[in-house]
Design a protein around this ligand. Structure first.
Ligand code: AMP
Length: 224
């Protein structure tokens, strides 16, 4: 049912790594270059919060506290998204899976759809804390920016704002949640031939180059 179309294997990629590692930035660039959808569960939830949908109302307090939403809820959202036509050629997932339970259902979901390439972006914790302190997002298009001030989005001109969960205390909580619930995914995936770790403590351009090389090595493919 979900065979890739137009020849070639589907390019299914997930980005692992702590908050601030650059998953969103890299997923965005990669998705644009390879013409596959970027599926960011954090973006989906923030949009729902902003538009006040039932999902948004349910998610807001948990997100603001830096905790994870329930596995069943998140799995439902991703299952629905991966079933859309545009994900048949592949996808880049940013922010999912975040628990072993989510990872194991994802394995079932991609079964028969081609390999799952797993990229772990590694960045030291002190760098993450510094990055998140100056992270802003566009209130209109959701793009990330790193700046001490507020100002306007370089992509769409919308107002840049701090994320509700990027305050110092919540960041520490999110890093703890990452260590406890998401880091075990590295063990879950690391023995697979399609797993790659990359050094995320570099410029976005340098990390993009590493990511391209890692995906190429994991799939035996050149960029298309
Ligand atoms: P992110 O933008 O990926 O940092 O996600 C922001 C917040 O959304 C997280 O701190 C969680 O509260 C929630 N969230 C996003 N993805 C997931 C997920 N896969 N499982 C549980 N909660 C999630």
């Amino acid at each position: 049912m979900h065979q890739p179309q137009g020849g070639g294997a589907a390019l299914n990629v997930i980005m692992l790594g702590p908050p601030g590692a650059g998953k969103g930035t890299q997923a965005e660039r990669f998705a644009r270059a390879r013409q596959v959808p970027k599926i960011s569960t954090g973006d989906i939830l923030r949009e729902a919060v902003q538009s006040g949908t039932p999902l948004g109302l349910e998610a807001k307090a948990t997100m603001d506290a830096g905790n994870l939403l329930g596995d069943d809820l998140m799995i439902g959202i991703v299952r629905e998204r991966l079933n859309r036509d545009d994900a048949r050629r592949g996808f880049v997932l940013d922010g999912f899976p975040r628990t072993v339970a989510q990872a194991s259902v994802l394995d079932e979901m991609v079964n028969g759809r081609g390999a799952l390439v797993v990229i772990d972006i590694v960045v030291p914790e002190d760098v993450l804390v510094r990055r998140l302190a100056i992270r802003r997002i566009c209130s209109k298009c959701g793009a990330n920016a790193f700046t001490e001030g507020l100002g306007a989005c370089g992509k769409c001109g919308g107002a840049l704002i701090a994320r509700a969960d990027d305050g110092e205390e919540i960041v520490r909580e999110r890093l703890k949640v990452y260590q406890r619930q998401t880091k075990p995914l590295v063990d879950y995936y690391s023995a697979r031939p399609t797993f790659r770790s990359i050094d995320g403590n570099q410029t976005p351009e340098a990390v993009s180059a590493l990511l391209d090389a890692a995906v190429g090595a994991a799939t035996g493919s050149a960029p298309r």
